[in-house]
Write a protein that binds this ligand. Sequence first.
Ligand code: FNR
Length: 184
Amino acid sequence: TTFNVAILVGSLRKGSFSRQIARALADLAPATLKAEIVEIADLPLYNPDLEEGTPPAAWTTFRDRIRPADAVLFVTPEYNRSVPAALKNALDVGSRPYGQSVWAGKPGAVVSCSPGGLSAFGANHHLRQSLVFLDVPTLQQPEAYLGHVDKMLDADGGIANADSEKFLSGFMLKFAGWIDRNHS
Ligand code: FNR
């Protein structure tokens, strides 16, 4: 079986390290996973009033992209010790209308990264808190805290050293097993 994995990147920046890591993870994933980035940049900020009548087209497109996915992978930096607003907004948009969440029951995993040394731990764990409520069974181990992520990437966006590459492919292999055991 092949599983479709929607990757959400928590940074909107063109040169984003998180996006480069997301692409590398998609490449390093075992053949049983088909992983693709789903864009979140143009989602209007969540406002329940906009659900009346025809909701924003970008919301509908996003929900329709996530709904058929077998699993979700979050690759995110940390903004002020928490989840970047763009990513939190995407979670909120996907969680509504009430009772029609696109997240519920989908296996997930979190990779946090920072050029700094604390590895975006705060974002990683605040994101996990929302995923508990959204009923996303989230891979526990291995955890993935990528510190000094700028040095982990080479000029072409590839993984610069063999140890990191081994860790990331091992992570995706574990995630594939997690999806296999937890998907509905
Ligand atoms: C940051 N940065 C940051 N880094 C960190 O480790 N902890 C933090 O709390 C913050 N806070 C923060 C807030 C805001 C508003 C910005 C713009 C940046 C630095 C951040 O890790 C760095 O810019 C990364 O390069 C962002 O990830 P991308 O865009 O490279 O994926």
